[in-house]
Design a protein around this ligand. Sequence first.
Ligand SMILES: [Zn+2]
Length: 243
Amino acid sequence: MTAKDQLAGYVALQRLLDRRGALRKERDTPPEALAALRTQFSERHDKLEAARTRRAALLSEQATVQGEAEALREEREHFRKQKSQVTNMKQLSAVVSELDHVEMQLKAKEDRLLEIMQGLEAAEGEIASLGEESPEEKALREEAEAAWNEVRAASEVELGEIERDLRVVQRQLGEPAMTRFKKLWTSRKPMAVVPMEGNACSACHGDLRPSLVQLVRTAEELQFCDHCRRLLYDPEQFPPSSQ
Ligand SMILES: [Zn+2]
């Protein structure tokens, strides 16, 4: 294999890897409009879920506290009856003290019930104002999702083609040339094989010696940028359409 053939293979690999990187990025980055719709949907969904969870917890607490208040009212009735039946001051003061205690507990439960009612009203209000996604919003979001799925599916198809092309070029280059490329790629990715730009390196923009420019043009040997050590090629000899 001539140095020029090897260089052609390396240029092809670099271009395929560039395209693969761009496609993967495209595939993994939903369009901004869709991302905004998703965020809007999930934020509202999360807020609704939080309000519903809060309402459920308050309803459950309400049932418990109502039961406790009911038990305290019964206890209060019991002590009130006892109070009417006391026969001496000692008994009276004991019953009054019990009654006070029950009243205090009951007051706390009733205060809590009021807070729960207010919390429930707030949660209900939030649930009503957030509402569910409207049919128009849902259609818009699903349309955007479907369009995005198509884009991704197309990316996947092209990625498959690129993987196949990569294997073809790898086979053509052979083991030793591939080992060399991998070494270069590992140290210089994602740009290992770069075109000259006039008399400069297009990657680091360092000026190239006239003799080096000449050597790159003749392509009889692999030539590297003096500054960044990337493999150089003449873009006129390897136009993108030549692949
Ligand atoms: Zn350079």
